[in-house]
Design a protein around this ligand. Structure first.
Ligand SMILES: Nc1ncnc2c1ncn2[C@@H]1O[C@H](COP(=O)(O)OS(=O)(=O)O)[C@@H](OP(=O)(O)O)[C@H]1O
Ligand SMILES: [Mg+2]
Ligand SMILES: [Mg+2]
Ligand SMILES: [Mg+2]
Length: 324
């Protein structure tokens, strides 16, 4: 396939980052967590920075020259007074991971790490190729000791052409896929997809790969329903009225970023699912780091999508009548 080397590299980079995150989550210290500035204050940890540095480093080693990365984190807070210890800790984690992997014979300095983190400052767009990274998606879940993902995708001329989601805490059994090797449930899962090639899942501790498909249920009452854990990320009162797959309707004018959705959207669509905004339009990843979309994001299978869209429209109409 056209992006095979890119996909293999993305799987490697995300797997390395996932094991760094797993290690941090096991011994998470209060000093590993910071609160980011900005209107939507959110936490950031040594794992977010370490994961971003690792993925960015691996991609630059494998694709020197033609490198553009749109990623969530930057080094601004790490360059402030008092952040030295945190930078040391991130550097140590990244070097440990690189040593364990053994492919690159380097030891990075704290300055190298800051510079590598900042190589994720591209704005993306509709021309050329851009990697898109959320080094820890679900940092709040990560800090709770719960679910999170390393999410990495590649855009080519504005379209998502591959995606990898490494989910270190997602039990294999929860994916409904039989594991011929009966691996431990603690391994975690990695999903990957390339445009036109389908979606595959492998345990994070091995290479036995299985093709995965979204559930084909046609009866909405039988469908599993997902939404964000955080109430601020989705109007739970709106979505609870429906029984489809995933709804995300952020409150108060929050602008969605491409790194939160690029990898997930291709993993879903290549597995036979559909991802749209509330108007039923596909997500447009070609407009820079934000997704400009109508109201919210809907993920479903093809059979249920028309039902879901209608239900969403009816609920939104109802809401706007109540609070015009
Ligand atoms: N107000 C608001 N509205 C919508 N979305 C927001 C908001 N604030 C933050 N974010 C982004 O949500 C990302 C995590 O969201 P999830 O919904 O996937 O996680 S969770 O289930 O709620 O834990 C989270 O991603 P990470 O920062 O990578 O964790 C944020 O990018
Ligand atoms: Mg964040
Ligand atoms: Mg995120
Ligand atoms: Mg993140």
């Amino acid at each position: 396939m056209a992006y095979d080397k890119e996909l293999a590299t993305a799987v490697k980079a995300a797997s390395l980052a996932a094991s760094l995150c797993r290690k941090v989550q096991k011994g998470l210290l209060q000093s590993d967590v910071r609160s980011k500035n900005g209107r939507h204050r959110s936490p950031v940890t040594v794992a977010d920075y370490g994961s971003q540095a690792l993925v960015s480093f691996v991609l630059q080693q494998e694709f020197p020259g033609e490198f553009s990365l749109v990623a969530e984190e930057d080094s601004n807070d790490l360059r402030k007074d008092g952040a030295g210890e945190m930078v040391e800790r991130i550097t140590e984690l990244v070097n440990e991971s690189l040593t364990r992997d053994g492919s690159y014979n380097v030891t990075l300095s704290p300055d190298d790490v800051l510079r590598i983190i900042d190589s994720g400052k591209s704005e993306g767009g509709s021309q050329g190729r851009h990697w898109v990274l959320d080094p820890v998606d679900g940092t709040k879940g990560f800090v709770r000791g719960d679910q999170y993902a390393v999410a990495l995708a590649l855009l080519d001329r504005g379209k998502v052409v591959l995606g990898v989601l490494a989910c270190p805490n997602l039990p294999l059994t929860s994916t409904g896929v039989d594991d011929p090797c009966r691996r431990s449930n603690e391994a975690g899962c990695l999903f990957f997809a390339e445009v036109g090639g389908g979606t595959y899942m492998q345990p994070l501790d091995g290479s036995s790969t299985v093709k995965v498909q979204v559930s084909g249920v046609e009866n909405p009452e039988e469908a599993s329903f997902f939404e964000s854990y955080e109430a601020a990320h989705s109007m739970h009162d709106l979505s609870r009225e429906m029984e489809p797959i995933y709804l995300r309707f952020p409150r108060n004018g929050y602008r969605e970023k491409i790194w939160d959705h690029a990898a997930g959207s291709i993993v879903v669509t290549e597995a036979g699912g559909v991802v749209t905004d509330a108007a039923g339009n596909p997500l447009d990843f070609s407009r820079g780091k934000y997704l400009d979309l109508d109201t919210g994001i809907i993920v479903s299978n093809h059979k249920l999508m028309p039902l879901v869209l209608n239900a969403v429209r009816a609920s939104l109409d109802e809401k706007s009548k109540l609070h015009p």
